[in-house]
Design a protein around this ligand. Structure first.
Ligand code: FAD
Length: 480
């Protein structure tokens, strides 16, 4: 036991449970300084987007509150971490900094730089796991690279997986007698003001560790139907844990243990439980790719896609972003995203495919829009998924398999209820035409209050022609 404090540097691991770095810091018996630094410089283009800033504000407030219940006083600072962290070490006389490992390329470089700087001045810089179930280096091919196909990754991942046992929240976090000064969260102005677009987010979510565990507890009762329901746009068939995982309010280990617990209760794995586990493993797969290919967020994994003859059409990009493409299921997805900061996975695939293939707009533009608007924006998952849809990523769907947005709508939203919810101007339309309103006669539409081109747009591209154009672009790329 010593009086020199230990700093626990938090980034996107805002939880007390299942936190090895915090547990180790408390176990030293020294006073602990929980620290968060808002660094908008170091990540460059990958600083938190608008929706993430909203979540961050709420999550920090919740975390400060729960830390305080066990004596911890969360210290907030703003600025480049490389400047601010050594500064607070010096101010506080801390002899050690403990933290959870991150995997974004800029975060990896930062950790390396901090390590050499702090250790040179005699400060211990100790890295712990917790963000993933397994470290990417543990799941490698025989040539010691990252798997680029999911199924062998999955096999290697589960084989030898030793799920971390649950760590309880510390009973007591001892604060130093003179804690360092902290910024006031409100001064950071993370929340939108003029206009305040966050009403729908606040209605949909409860950021923070207790919200995350409540979400998992609620999902356990739905897990049995996950395999069937997860693709239905008109049902809440998935866990919606993604923003909680992105901000580390719950550990992936807790989610995995919930699944194994459900399997024990049933006397074995069923397909729904295994499917949920595989989705958690897709997250690990994305991280493993990001570590191996740090340019994943910017450059196509299949380099030939750099020659794709993309189009630059700001008006069509804006129509997509605002949910005004004239394809109801695409517009429903984009509007769900705008209203709640979340979009159903099936809708993410449909809307991303539409942008890339029907509009021929580069996947990186969609990736950037999602980054700004998703509450679960996660560099590894977002970039791996966009590349997957574009056909240039790992284990990707082939480019020439082009989703038909009408059929996708009819299949995964068979009664049109997802569209009715998010595109209310079409709500009166009968099921038969709701996914393709232009197929109905104008006088029929008028009867349901729809005037195409006025109350709802005509399709901004014709599906057949757009499909042919996309295939042609692909051929041109292949020929270069
Ligand atoms: P569930 O079905 O309940 O799955 C449980 C957890 O598994 C999720 O919370 C998530 O952490 C993980 N998971 C599920 N599907 C995937 C997947 N395909 N890839 C990686 N991990 C997965 N997910 C993000 O977390 N952040 C993103 O920024 C993101 N961007 C995406 C962009 C596109 C174009 C696409 C097609 C998918 C993206 N995803 C992203 C993956 C997926 O859509 C979301 O993780 C999922 O919809 C979250 O909902 P859920 O928590 O209810 O998922």
């Amino acid at each position: 036991m010593g009086d020199a404090p230990v700093i626990v540097w938090f980034r996107n691991d805002f939880r007390l449970r299942d936190h090895p770095a915090l547990k180790a810091a408390v176990a030293t018996g020294s006073p602990v300084i929980p620290l968060y630094i808002l660094d908008e410089e170091t990540p460059g283009p990958w600083a938190p987007g608008g929706a993430s800033r909203w979540w961050l504000a709420k999550s920090l407030a919740a975390f400060a509150h729960t830390s305080a219940t066990c004596g911890g006083q969360l210290i907030l600072r703003r600025g480049a971490v490389l400047r601010e962290l050594p500064r607070i070490v010096e101010e506080s006389g801390a002899t050690a900094v403990y933290f959870t490992r991150s995997y974004e390329p800029w975060a990896v470089a930062l950790e390396n730089e901090l390590k050499s700087r702090l250790e040179t001045s005699g400060v211990a810089f100790k890295r712990y796991g917790g963000r993933l179930l397994r470290e990417p280096e543990e799941v490698r091919t025989h040539t010691n690279g990252a798997y680029q196909v999911f199924t062998p990754f999955w096999r290697a991942f589960v084989n030898g997986l030793d799920v971390p046992r649950a760590l309880a929240a510390p009973e007591q976090i001892a604060s130093p007698s003179q804690p360092p000064k902290s910024d006031d969260l409100r001064d950071w102005e993370l929340l939108p003001v003029k206009p305040d677009w966050s009403g729908g987010l606040a209605e949909a979510w409860q950021p923070g560790e207790s919200g995350a565990h409540a979400r998992l507890a609620g999902f356990k009762s739905q897990l049995a139907g996950y395999k069937e329901d997860r693709n239905r746009l008109d049902a809440t068939g998935t866990s919606r844990l993604s923003p909680h995982l992105a901000f580390g309010e719950i550990s992936p280990a807790a989610c995995w243990r919930a699944a194994t617990g459900a399997a024990r209760g049933k006397g074995g794995l069923d397909q729904s439980i295994e499917t949920f586990m595989r989705e958690l493993a897709w997250r690990e797969f994305s991280y493993s790719l990001l570590v191996q290919f740090p340019r994943l967020p910017e450059a196509p994994l299949k380099s030939e896609f750099a020659d794709m003859p993309w189009l630059d059409d700001p008006a069509q990009l804006a129509a997509w972003q605002r949910g005004k493409t004239g394809y109801p299921v695409v517009d429903a997805g984009m509007r769900e995203l705008w209203a709640t900061g979340y979009m159903h996975n099936r809708a993410r695939m449909i809307t991303a495919s539409f942008l890339i293939k029907h509009l021929l707009i580069p996947w990186s533009r969609g990736e950037a829009w999602f980054w700004d608007t998703l509450v679960d924006a996660d560099l590894a998952n977002n970039s791996a998924s966009w590349q997957w849809v574009a056909g240039c990523g790992a284990d990707a769907a082939p480019y020439f398999r082009i989703f038909n947005p009408i059929l996708q709508g009819q299949k995964f939203d068979p009664h049109g209820n997802y569209v009715r919810r998010w595109v209310p101007e079409l709500a009166q339309l009968p099921d038969a035409v709701i996914h393709a309103p232009w197929t109905a006669k104008a006088h029929e539409l008028a009867q349901y209050g729809v005037v195409l081109g006025t109350t709802y747009p005509f399709p901004i591209v014709d599906h057949g022609r757009a499909r042919a154009r996309a295939l042609d672009a692909y051929k041109k790329m292949k020929a270069t």
